[in-house]
Structure formats: C-alpha cells, structure tokens
Design a protein around this ligand. Sequence first.
Ligand code: ADP
Length: 395
Amino acid sequence: MSNILIINSGSSSLKFKLINMPGEKVLASGVVERIGLKESLIFYESGSIYVSKKTNIPNHSSGLKEATRLLMDYHTGVIKNQDDIAAIGHRVVHGGDLFYDTCLVDKKVKEQIKNLFSLAPLHNPPNLTGIEVAEEIFPNTRQIAVFDTAFHKTIPLKARKYAIPNKFFEEHKIELYGFHGISHKYVSQQAIEYINKPNSKIISIHLGNGCSMTAVKNGESIDHSLGFGPNNGLIMGTRSGDIDQSVIFFLIDKLGYSSQEANQILNKQSGMLGLTGNSDLRDIEDRAYEGDESCKLALEMNAYRIKKYIGAYAAIMNGLDAIIFTAGIGENSSKIRELVCKDMEFAGIELDNDVNEMGSDEIREINKPESKVKILVIPTNEELEIAKQCYQFIQ
Ligand code: ADP
C-alpha cells in the first residue's frame, strides 16, 4: 500500500489530495487559494474534519508547507511524517512532443517542462513551481510528472497535422497536442469498464470552464477538439472555440486591435461570456429560464457545436457505443445534455428525459433502454487518474 500525494499547482492556487493506493482511498484533500494575494484561503478535508481559514500565504512554497502541516498535524493529520508518502504526482498541462508518458522528475525533465512554457504560458510555469516547491519540502520523495497532453499521443497524423506548409510542423512543431487528457483518459476507461467492451467507440465530452471532446477508439484518443492551443472546438466559458480565422485578421487589420488584444478577446471575453455577459453556466441557465433571449440562444449554440462534433467523431470511428458527459457542466447541467441529445435518434442516441434530471455522484446511464448508444454521466477524477499512473509507475 502506498500513499500518493497529488499536486495540481495553478498560478494562484495549489490543490492537493492524498490517496492511498491501490485501494483508491482519499485520506485528505484541500486547496490553497489566492496565493500571493491579500487574505489567502486554505480549505482542508479529511474524513469528518474540515478546516477552512483565511491566512497569509505569500507563495506556493508556504502554501505547500501549510498543506503538509495539516496532513501531519496531531488533530487534522493522516500521516506521521514524510516517509508515509511514497510519491508525489504532479499534473503538468503540456508535455509537447517531449513527454508521452508519466515520468520521474529530474533536472532534465524540469528543463524540458520549462522549454514548453511558450506552448502553455498560463499552465506550465505554475506546474513547474509546484514541482520545485515539492522538491524543496520533500527532498527524499519521488516526484512524478503526469501530462495532460500524453493521452492524445495516439492521434494519427491525418488528424494531428494542420494543412499549412510542412515546415511549420517539422521545424516549429505546430500540431494538435490536445488538453484535458487526464480527464478524458479516466472517464473513457470508466466507460469501457461500464459497458464492458474494450474495443469500443466512445466520445468523451468534458464540459468545464474549458471544454473539449475526444474520440476514443479501443481505449485510445484518435481525435480531439482542442489543438495547438486551448481555444479550438467547443464554445467555452470565455473562449470562442472554432472560429473562421479571417475574423482574427479583421480584428487586427481593420479594427486596429493588437494581436495581444485579439488574443485576449477570443480567450477571455468570448464564449458564453461574450454571448451573454456571464461565463458561469448556472447564471446563464437561470437567466434563460427567466426568458432572457441571449442566454437561450447561447445555450442552443453551445449544444449545437457539441452535436456537430458528435456527428464528426461518430463518422471517423464508423460507429458509436457511448457518449460521456463529464466535468462541472457535463455532470450537472441536464439542460445542456438535453439540448445536445435532442433529435439524435438517427445516430442511435436516445435520452431518457426523466433519468437525465436525476443527480448522482456515481457513474450513471441516462439513455432510454432501447437507445443503441449509451449516454453516460461520469464524474471526472483527475487526481485519481494521476494517482493510478503514479502507483503503476512506482511498482
Ligand atoms: P474547471 O474547468 O475550472 O475545472 P469545472 O469542471 O468545475 O471547471 O466546471 C465549471 C463549470 O461548471 C461552470 O460553468 C459552472 O457553471 C458549471 N456548473 C457547475 N455546477 C453546475 C450546475 N449544477 N448546473 C449547471 N452548471 C454547473
């Protein structure tokens, strides 16, 4: 039995979870928020113990020290000392074409993660910070990096390459890398077990603040809606998703925006926010319910885009066994699921509207019994997937 500490380090937050493997038992979890800002917050949970406090956390190092203190504290703790942690698993968003597998962190790996900063400027720097502070606090513990892009390594060239001059692929590595791979891998494996069919054709739909879809054939990612960067495919909270690139040139050349401003518009001011003024789907659903036309249209547009990708992915797989809804919106919004699955009988997708309305924290099937395609709601669990990969790695 081994305890794996999972760290997901963001620019101003550090999430952690201690999982006992292989039993998959969560011993404790928590998050340090507003790192480096006035009034940082720390939440910690272990069994029936809850800690929630405002404190001063100037940097990630103090954040992890505080988390470690709680994990080992006489009253709140679950372990005695650092030796009770077998390995620390770090979520790293971008592995580029350097990392296709989980790996042990050493000096070279850190250097390579740094070299990938330009591909994931918002994520890889804080991910590396998480690794560095964990090394500082746990100098004798194995640090393992798990990459979000790794699951998509199986996407074939015909889907991975963009139809631009080859030199951009060969010399500059401009290609589809994909994101949310840890989540897509976790839920698609859950689905394969659930439907008990290893050679299956599955579409995994991850709808959180960022949204993406993956075509998973025989357990492998074969296409994915995000690409070189995190703004392709679906309509997201603040990101446009698919857009005719002429719009970008029009913004810059005709309307006088700088490239940074255009980037900001498409990534931070678009998507559901640009369409409605709200980025949180709960607010948009409430306003739509009260009759707001812009919110009603935004929900229709959101679902329409997902529907188009379902059609495309069913076509490239020559069939479909199951679709999965996961993450904040996928797991909770019966409205989006209903709009997506409406009028899809031709593809064998038939939603049971009553079951769709029922909530649960467990994997659940929301299709009609006669539906050829299973419609599954599967809570994602990226930390558990990282713990599984780390545990496998250290065996
Ligand atoms: P992140 O990508 O940051 O991990 P989440 O997976 O937590 O995001 O998803 C956040 C999104 O989930 C938000 O748009 C939020 O409105 C939506 N969401 C959460 N709960 C519900 C709910 N009950 N109904 C509809 N949408 C929800």
